[in-house]
Design a protein around this ligand. Structure first.
Ligand code: ADP
Length: 520
């Protein structure tokens, strides 16, 4: 099975949020399962800083037909760090040689539709000069949806899987009518009205309507999207697509997020690596983090943290409501984004010595915060999957999370796998009461140690989910190119019938393949 995963961001070459982590880690797990997986993303300025001399030319020149004009690109190649997974970088300096992925902080580049349409058209045009034709192209969020539209329009010989990492209203790739021509979509096709009309173009809906298979990043998010009340305006399509939509829980890269080997927990700054059997390093990390952040070094005061985009989605209004009344703790905030939240945390930090706000994106500090804090806050309004809670669990930092989306699938307050604290109604009182339960539990050293141990044992690796993706890729290929679908195993010879079991032999099961709807 040959699969090309296309994403606008891939860790460590360019990262805005969890999408980059997934695009940089799922391929490694698929590669371990024997899939010929390769990754494709734009060549931003940051790519050269990260990849340096590991970059080499894979394709010198490739024509890319845009609506009404001919353009072109080159392609560079490298490997995902620590693996043999090839990663390709589409070079087009006008579109991609920029400092940010989507736009300046809090904004979007005005030509995003054109840039991302170009990325999608280039991806498809590059198969021939590259000499490599994927069976399936795995698309990630609206940035890459147009590939599914092009594939369906042209009956192209590959299947498509569209993963909705975040389908919240602000993340659907909506463009006004005067811009839509640049996508070059053939508006005469019967499936187009579900994502393009007089109000403009909605690219998330395009992916949902046109891809052969759809996944969302957690089972609970898939359920939420089916419900018109929580379905972010896409529940009609999600329900229409029925069993083509599957909730597959994200994982994290257990090699990269590993407290035992994490290079950011370096001795010279007082940090230390640790594991479940050698937890003394965790205490060293707490002291080192307090020191680095200018907090009083107090081993017994619970150290709370939040590492996030500062966005309404993340429940920061709830935190803003309870923070002024919170005492007997320390808090480290790492995040950038909306100005109102940046101002709020900056003010709190200026007034209170037990609060620090690092208003920036800082990968190294993020690792140190996951390692050095006791309690991780994730009171999200909605959370398709969430990686922050998975990372914090891995580092023995107990999450306090809202019961929504992937948080509901990974953080449990009761039962054998209890690993954190949860609340459901989206209110400051409910968040405060879950946090109070966590702070009370922290006082009981033995119970807290047991809770930390369960947190660290939670399995959020890619192992199970990567295997599910292999099946989904096979289904997508069967939808798009039935002749290339994996042949079902020959039915077993019926065992010699015993006289008492002389039933009619069951008819050999037809493979459960759905036909692709007619293209015209
Ligand atoms: P989302 O994708 O909605 O941003 P996730 O929890 O799925 O949220 O993933 C967030 C990822 O981005 C995590 O790896 C988190 O550590 C990282 N992250 C978020 N903000 C920052 C920041 N300011 N500095 C460093 N890493 C950050």
């Amino acid at each position: 099975m040959k699969v090309l995963l296309v994403s606008a961001e891939v860790t460590p070459f360019a990262k805005v949020g969890g999408l980059a982590d997934v695009a940089g880690s799922l391929p490694k797990a698929l590669h371990d399962l024997g899939v010929d997986i390769r990754v494709l993303m734009p060549k931003y300025r940051s790519v050269v800083n990260v990849a340096g001399s590991d970059l080499h030319r894979a394709v010198e020149g490739c024509a890319v037909q845009m609506p009404g004009f001919l353009s072109g690109c080159a392609l560079d190649e490298s490997r995902l760090p620590g693996s043999d997974v090839p990663i390709y970088f589409v070079e087009h300096n006008d579109y991609f040689w920029r400092d940010a992925v989507y736009g300046p902080p809090g904004g979007a580049y005005p030509d995003n539709l054109e840039r991302l349409s170009f990325l999608c058209r280039a991806a498809v045009a590059l198969f021939a000069p590259l000499g490599w034709q994927p069976d399936v192209v795995h698309l990630n969020d609206w940035h890459t949806s147009l590939i599914a539209v092009l594939a369906k329009e042209g009956s192209l010989p590959f299947g498509t899987v569209f993963t909705g990492h975040n389908l919240g209203g602000a993340y659907q790739g909506v463009f006004p009518p005067e811009q839509t021509w640049i996508s070059g979509i053939d508006e005469t096709k019967p499936w187009v009205p579900s994502f393009l009309d007089d109000n403009g173009l909605n690219l998330a809906r395009a992916g949902l309507a046109c891809a052969d298979m759809i996944t969302t990043v957690s089972p609970t998010y898939a359920k939420e999207l089916r419900d018109p009340k929580t379905g972010a305006g896409v529940s009609d399509l999600i329900r229409e697509r029925g069993k083509d939509v599957q909730g597959v829980l994200n994982g994290i890269d257990y090699g990269y997020w590993n407290p035992e080997t994490d290079p950011y927990l370096s001795d010279e700054d007082g940090y230390a690596t640790f594991s479940l059997d050698h937890l003394s390093g965790k205490a060293a990390c707490k002291a080192a983090l307090q020191k680095e952040m200018g907090l009083p070094i107090q081993p017994d005061v619970p150290l709370l943290s939040i590492v996030t985009r500062l966005d309404d989605q993340k429940g920061l209004d709830l935190l803003s409501e309870i923070l002024p009344g919170l005492r007997g703790m320390q808090l480290v905030v790492l995040g950038t984004g909306a100005k109102n939240y940046e101002d709020f945390f900056a003010k709190q930090a200026a007034m209170r010595p037990e609060i620090v706000a690092a208003l920036k994106f800082d990968e190294k500090l993020a690792h140190r915060i996951y390692a050095g804090s006791d309690i991780f806050l994730m009171p999200s309004r909605f959370e398709p999957c969430g990686l922050g809670q998975m990372i914090s669990l891995r580092y023995g930092t107990v999450p306090v999370a809202r019961k929504t989306g992937g948080l509901n699938d990974t953080v449990f307050e009761t039962g054998k796998s209890a690993n954190g604290f949860i609340f459901e109604p989206y209110t400051a009182e409910d968040f405060k009461s879950a946090l109070d339960r966590a702070l009370a539990a922290y006082q009981d050293k033995a119970a807290w140690a047991a809770l930390m141990a369960r947190a660290m044992k939670s399995d959020n690796s890619w192992t199970a989910s990567a295997t599910r993706f292999v099946g989904i890729y096979e289904e997508a290929l069967a939808h798009a190119v039935p002749s290339r679908a994996k042949k079902p195993a020959a039915p077993k010879k019926p065992a010699a019938a015993k006289p008492s079991a002389a039933k009619k032999p069951a008819a050999a099961k037809k493979p459960a393949l759905k036909k692709k709807p007619p293209i015209q």
